[in-house]
Ligand binder design. Structure first.
Ligand code: PRX
Length: 631
């Protein structure tokens, strides 16, 4: 199933469009099924209802673990690199990982978990996180991993939305020089989570934590009570595999649902092709398993292909900005897959951190999560790849399950800042505001996908109508991505960024409405409006315009308080970079905030604000501009 030439890519692409069922049916033969499908695909985008590999039975962990045991049992599956480079790294072979997953799967059962139950995972980037994820999949429980930076309230909202029965966490996490008290945060969250019966706690940072009798148990104790034999649960291809919450343009994050069969095929196929993974190579994706990139390209994609996947607990700048390069050298990394934010941040330290580092093992570089600017692209290419490693700029989303538009390493001619061409099976189209297709090259529009692919979301948990409204109702018969996009003269795609009220801050998706809700929870705040603005390292920064009449001149203190409120309500990742206190917001006569104007002001524009004639009170704009100038 690996594409080795551009001609083959063109042929496969053609086939995937002309006969998608045959194409994906053949790709799926490369995986292990307990029972074959009777129909490859049935679908409609109206409801929407999408079914891939109908009737087929499988367990994804048999594909990620069991099937490699006979031939590759002693091959490293996961290489764990700790936050502190002075600590030992840990290698788990496929045999070891299989054994630990089975054992922990038995722990889950012992604690009452069964097929279909939802399990929340809130853990540091340690091998046990991958083990927990796979153990859920082993018994057919649905995992909902929550990134370790989210607050107690965010966790509680997510747990309650999906009615989780069990939580898996750790005493704490290391992140650079900081320690994050994960169990404390979970304790706060669980006060408001009546469905949670058990909480399994891993010892990691060895900080004291309180354990609630009857609810909390230690990972280390539990594994002693069970053996390591656990038959995988037989799953239907369309059974739920996991839920992953992501932000949209409304205030409430939605639980994107992925299912077993299609997701597995798509994650495995795209991993193998995009990175042109070769047996024996070491692959390092720097994302966190709390995001979709970690799900698909640290855990399921690489393991389904028998790859060796590096799992890194720390951050790129700790203990020094050489850390990534030290890891590359130490583990002889062949593929490095990271985010533009990390690249830009490392660039800012100059070349000193690269001195004396041997990066010659690198064969392929990857970028994900946000548009990569040309300067960062060239730096990555020259300084890290030495002009010899193709950069795969991979465009995709939590909802797409896997990479959609991207070069195929060593096959597709790359172009700085371009995600280039759709992968086989992906049918992108650009539309104007009215949903009319924009044909030809050298055009831009809103990016939609017109045909299903196996990795696509099936629903949003507990609210199918929301899935329909968000993705399938803006344009008839199309999946709407929320992204703007350009198709150049060569037919190459360049993603230009979100066209809805979603920000992309350091590659993290954050809804403006979510941040506004959080700010508005602060006592004294009457109203707020949040917009994005260009930020050198983060890609986008968060700019909040806040009405706070009673702050009595204590502006700096009030800002601090607001930041704290946002951290409590969402998490530190959503903290505004700039806060401007204003006495009013530009609104239309119908009461709608005109964000277009605020966006321009946040960008530093003071004169060309476009049409302001529909504003209820144009004087408010003058006042905001004046206040912004004083910042
Ligand atoms: O705006 C696009 C941007 O990230 C969004 C998806 O965010 P999330 O669901 O968190 O998934 C991130 C990891 C796949 C998209 O709608 N995005 C992602 N990759 C790229 C990108 N923008 C430009 N270029 C990319 N390669």
């Amino acid at each position: 199933m690996q594409i080795t030439s551009f001609e083959q890519y063109e042929q496969d692409y053609k086939k995937s469009v002309e006969n998608p069922e045959q194409f994906w049916g053949e790709v799926a033969q490369n995986f292990q099924w307990r029972k074959p499908w009777f129909k490859v695909l049935s679908w409609n985008f109206q409801d929407p209802e999408i079914k891939w590999f109908e009737g087929a039975k499988l367990n994804i962990t048999e594909n990620c673990l069991d099937r490699h045991l006979a031939t590759n049992g002693d091959k490293p599956a996961i290489i764990w690199e700790p936050n502190n480079p002075e600590e030992e790294s840990v290698t788990l072979t496929y045999k070891m990982l299989h054994e630990r997953v089975c054992r922990f799967a038995n722990v889950l059962k012992r604690n009452g978990a069964k097929k279909g139950d939802r399990i929340c995972i809130y853990m540091p980037m340690v091998p046990e996180l991958a083990i927990a994820v796979l153990a859920c999949a082993r018994i057919g429980a649905v995992h909902s991993v929550i990134f370790g930076g989210f607050s107690a309230k965010s966790i509680a909202d997510r747990i309650n939305d999906s009615q989780c029965k069990l939580v898996i966490t750790a005493d704490g996490a290391h992140r650079g020089s900081k320690q994050i008290p994960l169990k404390d945060v979970i304790d706060d969250a669980l006060i408001g989570c009546p469905t949670v019966e058990k909480c399994i706690v891993l010892t990691h940072v060895r900080t004291p934590v309180s354990m609630l009798k009857g609810r909390d148990v230690w990972w280390e104790d539990e594994v002693k009570h069970v053996n390591d034999i656990c038959e995988a649960e037989e799953m239907d291809a369309e059974d739920m595999l996991f839920i992953l919450y992501t932000s949209g343009s409304t205030g409430k994050p939605k639980g994107v649902v992925h299912t077993c069969g299609g997701y597995m095929v798509y994650a495995g196929y795209t991993f193998s092709n995009v990175f042109n993974y070769q047996p024996g190579e070491v692959y390092f994706c720097t994302a966190d398993i709390g995001w979709i990139t970690g799900h698909s390209y640290i855990v399921y994609g690489p393991l389904s292909q028998g790859a060796t996947s590096v799992l890194f607990e720390g951050i790129p700048t700790y203990p020094s900005p050489s850390r990534f390069w030290d890891i590359v050298e130490k583990h002889q990394v062949n593929t490095l897959y990271t985010a533009p934010t990390a690249i830009r941040s490392l660039m800012s330290f100059g070349e000193e951190p690269l001195h004396g580092k041997n990066l010659s093992s690198i064969r392929v570089l990857g970028s994900v999560g946000e548009p990569i600017n040309e300067e960062a692209w060239h730096w990555f290419d020259e300084k890290i790849g030495h002009g010899k490693a193709p950069i795969v700029d991979t465009w995709w989303q939590t909802e797409t399950g896997g990479i959609m538009i991207s070069p195929i390493a060593s096959v597709t001619q790359t172009k700085p800042s371009f995600a280039t061409l759709p992968l086989p099976g992906v049918q992108p189209i650009l539309v104007d505001e009215n949903g009319n297709e924009i044909e030809g090259n050298g055009v831009s529009g809103n990016l939609c996908i017109k045909f299903p692919w196996p990795g696509m979301l099936r629903t949003t948990y507990g609210d199918h109508e929301r899935c329909k409204q968000t993705y399938f109702s803006t344009y008839e018969n199309l999946y709407f991505t929320g992204d703007g996009c350009l198709r150049d003269e060569d037919g190459y795609y360049r993603i230009t960024g979100r066209v809805d009220d979603v920000l992309n801050v350091s590659g993290h998706r954050i809804g403006t409405a979510e941040v506004e809700n959080a700010i508005n929870m602060h006592a004294g705040v009457v109203e707020s409006a949040v917009v994005g603005y260009p930020h050198d390292v983060k890609g986008q920064g968060i700019f909040a315009f806040v009405i706070y009449p009673e702050m009595h001149g204590e502006a700096e203190l009030s800002k601090k308080d607001i930041l704290q409120t946002v951290t409590r309500v969402i998490g530190a990742i959503a903290k505004p970079d700039k806060i401007l206190f204003v006495s009013g917001l530009p609104k239309t006569r119908s009461g709608k905030i005109m964000r277009r104007i605020l966006r321009k002001i946040a960008e530093g524009e003071t004169t060309n604000l476009g049409d302001t004639s529909t504003l209820l009170d144009p004087a408010v704009v003058e006042e905001i501009i004046e206040a912004a100038k004083q910042m």
